[in-house]
Ligand binder design. Structure first.
Ligand code: HEC
Ligand code: HEC
Ligand code: HEC
Length: 431
């Protein structure tokens, strides 16, 4: 239904674009003249590239940095990231600063072709001139040229007509930063610049409308993107202990916080990339993210929420002395699985954060829990001593369903997931 509607609307866009923008956007002439940037600008650009996760998307598994070719699945087809090394033919080696700035801000390639918003230019459009130039300097002079040809996209009709994006841009491209409200200072504004610009946090954490544009009214309400569910960061956050500024700085820079656990799934590389950012900037980002959940909580309200959650931890944490059941047929198979496979780590006083504090178990969708169990968890840099084995080839489909059901029931107060069997089957078939 949604797809059919998107089809009709986008086909209309493409037709409309054909009329209004018949000539498309002009090509920007190839140029090889690039001034020599100094080391300071290059290292500024390198840090900005990390903040923007450019390498995460623009490097396929086993490929050279920035040589492109990694795939992004969208509801409209598969898109491949471009080679953005300074290679003359297959990269951006012949791009002027003006061509690069236009791509980042307007989503138009040097040749004049429209780019798909899987490239988060709807966020990068908010990045200032100095930062754009530093990024350009780094990509042109700090990155080695690679000859890899970018694979052709596999978009379904009518989404394969790039012209249609002209209308998409007219409707949805909004290169302004949120205005600060009362009590929101320069630190908050810096955080907004990072999150809404290069950090493109909303690209994963915000739901999109049927045409793939971020739904402004539901910004940060949580979304399913490229195989992972990015939890809500607004007032509907599933986190049993509300996020504080300090907890966020730990999570974002170290990839782990004692009240929230590890940054897993597609958040892992984000946290790895944020590790070397300036601490001031990460506190600013945290100040902005905390504000997404509403006006600041009083220290008392935060303490009360923590106390309540810790009481639940006390009650539900696996305690071998109390919880280990004899291995007979009467106990729930999920509980037995947990006892024999998981409780050696996930027990009271164990190394992982208590599962009762884990957002993934509290999400509306079980995908993250199922994927963590199947694929294991490799820690982001900075949380190196934490990892979890992959159970893909160790336990059966029925075991995964049972243990996931058990964890949801034991560690949360939420309704059982209704699509669990379906998700487990889908994730077992992945790859
Ligand atoms: C979420 C994934 C993602 C991230 C993050 C990302 N890109 Fe991209 N980028 C893409 C995809 C996908 C394309 C190709 C879009 C298309 O084919 O329409 C692309 C295209 C581009 C292009 C146009 C290349 C061309 O030949 O037309 C440039 C330039 C670019 N990205 C630069 C960057 C920079 C700089 C960063 C970091 C600040 C970045 N990208 C971060 C996914 C990403
Ligand atoms: C590529 C997609 C992606 C991007 C970009 C991204 N996130 Fe995430 N984020 C996720 C996913 C997926 C999770 C869930 C991780 C898990 O289950 O361990 C997550 C988890 C989180 C959490 C923990 C939420 C909770 O309640 O446990 C926070 C906080 C967070 N992200 C903040 C950010 C910020 C700030 C940014 C921007 C700098 C950002 N994210 C960018 C995908 C993303
Ligand atoms: C060797 C220790 C170990 C074992 C065994 C183990 N885990 Fe984990 N698990 C971890 C660590 C470490 C984390 C990361 C969280 C942290 O450090 O706070 C984690 C996290 C998780 C998460 C949270 C994922 C997320 O996205 O946030 C789930 C769910 C989970 N484990 C389920 C299981 C299940 C189910 C089993 C048994 C089938 C299991 N674990 C066995 C160490 C382990």
């Amino acid at each position: 239904m949604r797809r059919a509607l998107a089809f009709v609307i986008f086909a209309g866009f493409a037709g409309l674009a054909g009329f209004i923008f018949a000539t498309g956007r002009p090509e920007i002439a190839p140029s090889s003249v690039v001034k020599e940037y100094d080391r300071k600008v290059l290292s500024q650009g390198e840090a900005l590239a990390a903040l923007g996760s450019c390498a995460t998307c623009h490097t396929r598994q086993g490929g050279k940095p920035y040589s492109g070719g990694s795939s992004i699945q969208t509801p409209f087809g598969t898109i491949y990231s471009s080679n953005i090394t300074p290679h003359k033919e297959n990269g951006i080696g012949q791009w002027s600063l003006a061509a690069f700035a236009r791509a980042m801000r307007e989503g138009v390639s040097r040749t004049g072709a429209y780019l798909y918003p899987a490239f988060p230019y709807d966020h990068f459009s908010r990045v200032n001139d100095g930062d754009i130039e530093a990024l350009y300097a780094y990509l042109m002079q700090g990155v080695a040229a690679q000859p890899d040809k970018t694979p052709a996209n596999a978009m379904s009709f009518p989404f394969n007509i790039r012209q249609g994006l002209a209308v998409w841009n007219a409707l949805f491209l909004n290169p302004v930063l949120p205005k600060s409200g009362p009590g929101q200072d320069a630190e908050w504004a810096r955080g907004a610049y990072i999150a809404e610009g290069l950090g493109h946090c909303g690209a994963c954490h915000s739901p999109r409308n049927i045409l793939g544009a971020i739904d402004g009214k539901r910004a940060y309400a949580g979304a399913f993107v490229n195989g992972w569910y990015a939890p809500a960061l607004d007032a509907s956050s599933p986190s049993p202990i509300p996020w504080t500024k300090n907890a966020l700085v730990n999570y974002l820079m170290d990839g782990w916080d004692k009240h929230h656990g590890l940054a897993a799934g597609s958040m892992g590389p984000v946290s790895t990339a944020l590790r070397d950012q300036k601490e001031d900037d990460m506190f600013a980002l945290a100040a902005y993210v905390v504000s997404l959940a509403g006006p600041p909580k009083s220290p008392q309200a935060q303490a009360d929420a923590e106390k309540m959650a810790m009481a639940r931890v006390e009650k539900t944490d696996w305690n071998p002395a109390r919880d280990n059941a004899p291995p007979d047929a009467t106990i729930d198979p999920g509980q037995r699985m947990f006892q024999t496979r998981c409780a050696e780590c996930h027990k009271s006083g164990g190394k992982p954060a208590p599962l009762a504090l884990n957002s993934a178990l509290n999400l509306p969708d079980p995908t993250n829990v199922v994927r963590a169990t199947l694929e294991g968890i490799r820690p982001p840099q900075g949380a190196l001593d934490r990892s979890m084995p992959a159970y893909r080839n160790q336990i059966t489909e029925a075991d995964i369903v049972a243990v996931t059901k058990f964890m949801r029931a034991r560690f949360t107060e939420r309704e059982p997931w209704t699509n669990l069997e379906e998700v487990v089957r889908r994730e077992i078939q992945r790859r």
